[in-house]
Write a protein that binds this ligand. Structure first.
Ligand code: F6P
Length: 323
């Protein structure tokens, strides 16, 4: 192999730059030229790509976001869009593509592979919903950001005997919310995977109030049946059900911004290096992930369209610990 390319796609995640750096430098170590594609699949379609040197990826390890830019491309979802992408890769004589991203991005990578183009995916999303990796790039940093907010909210909540609905990201997957609830000592958690009606939440919070808790923290995944806004709207007209006064905080994209922590830098570096190792071994159409402490490859066909399930034990534990 002489030439490969790398792109970042979908929602950015802290640690993506460390993964890009690892792909470029380990690729150069294999004797290859490495092209960076700007703005994900959109850049593949427009042919926006250029060679990256080892120096070009210097000083980015600690930076949040992605130096290549990211996008969610509607055109790439069409066959015509993907054909344009493959033509541009061929024009630049690129022999393989590394896709750093989450579920949607790896589905795109699988489509390219099915059309005959060699690809390797790198597991990256703050949602931690990707099958084929126990943990993905960005999760740890995003979780720590959510925890910092929860820790701060607890102090002001206690001062005023308030309940807080704290909304974290996760449209379809409640991993971030569940992990933040456990690590943040929340009184309740609302997940997309498990529906909870306002009356049930009210009963839990009221019971906490009666037990003498000075505050109640509810971690809400944005994709829960009742997100923070909807739940707050219900309690506007049912104030008496809680005991506590109620406030709402949405952390949102703050979780995706900022510098990656040590765990994400190391994970991203190992996965990026794992991608070029996989290519050097001749593996194609696989996701490079982290399973049981090892860097692994899983065929993309086995992971696309699947969402990693929440650990039922963690769900149970969150409830027990909230007492
Ligand atoms: O997939 C990562 C993620 O941050 C989700 O948690 C969230 O639902 C979504 O991206 C937000 O997407 P966007 O940045 O396009 O608004």
């Amino acid at each position: 192999m002489k030439r490969i390319s790398v792109l970042t796609s979908g929602g950015d995640a802290p640690g993506m730059n460390a993964a890009i750096r690892a792909v470029v430098r380990t690729g150069i170590g294999h004797g290859w030229e490495v092209f960076g594609v700007r703005h994900g699949y959109a850049g593949l379609i427009s042919g926006d790509m250029a060679v990256l040197s080892a120096r070009d990826v210097g000083g980015i390890l600690q930076r949040g976001g992605t130096i290549l830019g990211s996008a969610r491309s509607a055109e790439f979802e069409t066959v015509a869009g993907r054909e344009k992408a493959i033509r541009n890769l061929n024009v630049h004589e690129i022999e393989a593509l590394v896709v750093i991203g989450g579920n949607g991005s790896q589905t795109g990578a699988h489509c390219l592979f099915e059309m005959g183009f060699p690809v390797v995916g790198v597991a990256s999303t703050i949602d931690n919903d990707l099958a084929g990796s126990d943990i993905t790039i960005g999760v740890d940093t995003a979780l720590n950001i959510a925890l910092e907010a929860i820790d701060r909210l607890k102090t002001t909540a206690s001062s005023h005997q308030r309940a807080f609905l704290v909304e974290v990201m996760g449209r379809r997957c409640g991993y971030l919310a569940l992990a933040a609830a456990i690590a943040g000592g929340a009184e309740a958690v609302l997940l997309p995977e498990i529906e909870k009606e306002p009356e049930a939440l009210a009963a839990e919070l009221h019971a906490s109030y009666l037990r003498g808790k000075p505050h109640a923290i509810v971690v809400v995944a944005e994709g829960a049946k009742y997100n923070a806004e909807a739940m707050a709207a219900y309690f506007q007209t049912h104030k008496d059900q809680l005991g506590f006064d109620l406030r709402v905080t949405t952390i949102g994209h703050v979780q995706r911004g900022g510098a990656p922590g040590a765990f994400d830098r190391i994970l991203a570096t190992r996965l990026g290096g794992g991608a070029t190792e996989a290519l050097a071994r001749g593996e194609r159409g696989v996701l490079v992930g982290f399973i049981k402490g090892e860097i692994t490859t899983t065929p993309l066909v086995e992971i696309v369209g699947k969402q990693k399930a929440l650990d039922p034990y963690l769900v149970e534990l969150a409830g027990v610990l909230a007492k």
